[in-house]
Design a protein around this ligand. Structure first.
Ligand code: ADP
Length: 495
């Protein structure tokens, strides 16, 4: 049941894991490695090369060289599309292996990685490969006295720093549009979860992506990450992670005038009116707040429930959350896996503690969970709190399976409450009155307003944030491809 397939087992046996630079698997120049942990067991999982600034320099140089000489930037866009579709085919061919690696590394249920994370990432490559084929690279400009056109060309070397909650899916969201546009990339995965990104590099090589187009430098944020963010030869930078680190990245990029895309945290609200099927909505939100053990930046963590349905909603939500099976990611019965690290568990437990000390009431007690046979794992029980809107658990991103419930009876006031958040990533409105749902959805200040659903992702549906949740354009939409194409005009006077 918990065993790995031979392919995943073989991948994991070839340790220490190396960096992928210029199409070659290489040790960190310092020779140093670091350990990653299986969060479901709390035991060492892998030994990984600890890249630092010297390795980042080598990777950026390789990406620069590939940008100039590999032909990736200049090949006909449909040829690039063929390679990216081949890459998507390989991702699907190795879907189960990738899902097993991802589940082991992040702790998430294997079934979720297999049904969602991996195929969704494959589809992201297909979407941008096709979009690139149908995107005009040369646009004539009608002007009197001038022959003129706009060219849209790749920027060159793009840097990516990713977090640990959806490592593989986010590589797709981030890197696919950059590659489809003809750029080359240097990826720094999170130190907690580098494995699926290394497998991705292996598949990119197999698909025929030229050497140097995709580079992966594993290592820590303060060393490898910081070196990448401040590298003067980058043409674009993309960061997904916490607002605190996002600020550091933006500062470093600002010094070099490198455009930066930031996808940061959130404190999503769900506004639930009293005309809904209460049980169904309670189930949907219980599923949303426990997805990936709550480590989802856009998920619904503030539940704003109309006072008329409060008691029925709470009863159902508690029953559903309480019945969820907490367990090891590879166990097919698991609904909620561990959080990613001991540090993350301490963060979640710390918030519960601070929230209650500041006056929050417990509707469903969360806290540390023990899973038989996996005593060292970082498990957390889902929690439901209630209280005033100023509570730390109502304001700050916890990144764990914790929801905070508040009631309302007035549409304008609830909109104000949602918009009082410093974040602006995603909210949802739940009502059978679609006029009202649409009206409220448009008034919520965030990158995404969902109606009668939460956590909606589709290729072609732009996903991004505002305020503390990010800037610089989002992902998943057609505009993201444009973010990776530089405009250049060519003009000649007609004399
Ligand atoms: P978390 O605190 O939840 O791990 P972070 O925002 O710190 O989330 O991490 C997201 C990514 O940012 C990781 O890949 C991490 O290595 C990287 N990172 C952390 N600190 C820095 C830094 N100072 N400079 C660049 N990257 C960093």
């Amino acid at each position: 049941m918990n065993s790995l397939n031979p392919e995943a087992a073989q991948f994991l046996s070839a340790q220490p894991f190396k960096l992928f630079v210029g199409g070659r698997w290489v040790e960190a120049l310092s020779g140093k490695t670091f350990e990653t942990f299986d969060p479901g067991k709390g035991r060492v999982l892998a030994n990984v090369s600890a890249g630092d600034s010297a390795d980042v320099n080598a990777a950026v140089a390789a990406a620069q060289e590939a940008s100039r000489k590999s032909g990736w930037a200049t090949m006909p866009v449909n040829d690039r599309g063929v390679i990216l579709h081949r890459l998507a085919d390989l991702i699907i061919k190795h879907q189960e292996t990738l899902a097993q690696i991802e589940s082991l590394d992040v702790g998430k249920p294997r079934g979720q990685a297999s049904a969602f994370d991996v195929p969704h990432a494959a589809q992201t490559f297909r979407y941008y490969a096709d979009l690139a084929v149908h995107t005009r690279r040369r646009e004539p400009i009608a002007l009197s006295g001038l022959e003129a056109r706009t060219l849209r060309v790749p920027y060159g070397v793009c840097g990516f720093i990713f977090p640990w909650n959806f490592p593989f899916l986010l590589v797709g969201w981030g890197v696919a549009p950059a590659l489809a546009a003809g750029n080359t990339v240097v990826i720094k995965p999170a130190e907690d979860t580098p494995l699926s990104t290394l497998y991705f590099a292996k598949l990119a090589q197999e698909a025929g992506v030229p050497p140097g187009v995709v580079n992966v430098v594993t290592g820590f944020g303060e060393t490898a990450g910081a070196a990448l963010a401040r590298h003067p030869e980058l043409k674009r930078m993309s960061f997904t992670g916490s607002p605190e680190v996002g600020r550091l990245i933006a500062e470093a990029c600002g010094r070099n005038l490198v455009p930066v895309k930031l996808e940061l945290g959130g404190k999503g609200a769900a506004v639930i009116f009293d005309d809904v099927n209460v049980d169904a909505v309670a189930d949907s939100l219980a599923a949303a707040v426990t997805l990936n053990a709550g480590q989802v930046c856009c998920t619904a963590t503030r539940w704003l429930v109309h006072e008329n349905i409060r008691d029925a909603f709470v009863k159902k939500a508690i029953a559903t959350l309480g019945a969820m099976k907490i367990g090891y990611g590879a166990n097919p019965e698991t609904n909620i896996g561990p959080v990613v690290s001991e540090k993350q568990r301490a963060r979640v437990l710390g918030y519960l503690d601070r929230g209650v000390k500041a006056g929050a009431k417990i509707l469903l007690e969360g806290g540390r969970a023990e899973v038989k046979g996996h005593e060292g794992g970082y498990y957390v029980r889902p929690a439901l709190l209630t209280g005033d809107s100023g509570n730390v658990c109502a304001r700050e991103e916890i990144f764990g399976p914790v929801a905070y419930l508040m009631t309302f009876n007035d549409e304008d006031k609830v909109v104000e409450l949602v918009n009082s958040s410093a974040y602006g990533l995603a909210n949802s409105v739940w009502s059978n009155n679609l006029d009202r749902a649409n009206r409220v959805a448009e008034k919520l200040v965030a990158g995404n307003s969902w109606i009668n659903a939460h956590n909606l992702f589709a290729h072609g549906l732009p996903y991004g944030g505002c305020n503390l949740s990010g800037c610089g354009g989002g992902v998943l939409g057609p505009e993201t491809l444009s973010d990776y194409l530089r405009n250049q005009t060519v003009a000649r006077p007609l004399v």
